[in-house]
Design a protein around this ligand. Sequence first.
Ligand SMILES: Cc1ncc(COP(=O)(O)O)c(C=O)c1O
Length: 408
Amino acid sequence: MQYPYSERMSRIRSSVIRELLKITEQPEVISMAGGLPADELFPVEEIKRAADAVLSGDNAPASLQYGPTEGYLPLRQQITLIMNDKGVACSPGEVQISSGSQQALDLLARVFLDRGDVVLVENPTYLGAIQAFELFQPKFVAVATDEEGMLPEALEQAIIINRPKIIYLVPTFQNPTGRTMSLERRKRVAGIIERQQVLVIEDDPYSDLRFEGEDLPLLKSLVPDWVVYLGTFSKTAVPGFRLGWIVADEELIGKLSICKQGADLHTNTLVQHVLSRYLNDADIPGHIKKIRNEYGRRRNAMVEALEREFPSGVTWSRPQGGMFLWVQLPAGLDTESLMSKALLEKIAFVPGHSFFVNGGGQNTMRLNFSNSSPDLIEEGIRRLARLVNIQQGKDSSPRNRMESIIKG
Ligand SMILES: Cc1ncc(COP(=O)(O)O)c(C=O)c1O
């Protein structure tokens, strides 16, 4: 069948990650590829109780009925309290519920982007954002970054030269690098945003998953008028509910809401009622603390295994939260070809190349530490190190063994 596809379909690509996930669903594969939370930590009992309470209460029919496009009002009220705790004052009218923050990215792209509009992004950046924006044919401009995020001078220059429609940022425990914008950098970036008056999307799925260091202020709290904030319950509750939110002024919420009507009328009503009840009844801080502690343990297991097993010349980030760690192999090594060998060894990671909008990053990879136990992480890194050593044309001696041979 020759389908009459639209012209835009010729430009969009499938997510490498979602394709990879199909392979890594096989139970024997140790997957450090997906961005999956640890499902053994899902609050199954609490969700069950919340669902029971919703479906046995007087409001049961309403929880199964069509609802307002902006979202279930009590849940939007609860989100204003969450935002207040994060230093952002907002009213329920400034909150739009979305079907995950992924849908928020799509809605924002619909509202703002015409063909050729410039979007400034970190380099590398979140693949799902590239996918959501790409449909609207913008021009991506990648801004140079260091360990603390976008370089202020490079950002301001890029704004002056390109006059972007939007800047897309994941300031905390970024996907894919795990990188966090420092306090000093946040203040400088906030100053630039205010001076240059450019709209910023602050995508923030990971800041609640901090297991080390101090919380940092949201960009939204530093320059509220110029920042649209995206939050999600995917990482702190359950991703399967597909529940996220957007904080913006009422005018923009109105536009987003019109686009959402065309997409899905509203986010699943029952899920909103259940999550609202769950937030009300369960020990949320206790649950998030449990996730943080476990992810901290898993990050440690991964970093220690990398130190033990990987050859010199390989570097990696040491994130203080979130779910990802970024590895850079010596120049000349190619993580896409490494990946095909890794799958034969029943391990998986995401080659870094796909996170760069203008190419590059062939020697980089993203490793997820949230979705495997410390034992599996150790075994996964051991197998991966063996492959890296082979690809590097060396013997399989990891650094510490090499060092002990030299010293001994
Ligand atoms: C930076 C970033 N934004 C958005 C999303 C989408 O999350 P959600 O499940 O809320 O749609 C993810 C998911 O991994 C992400 O890493």
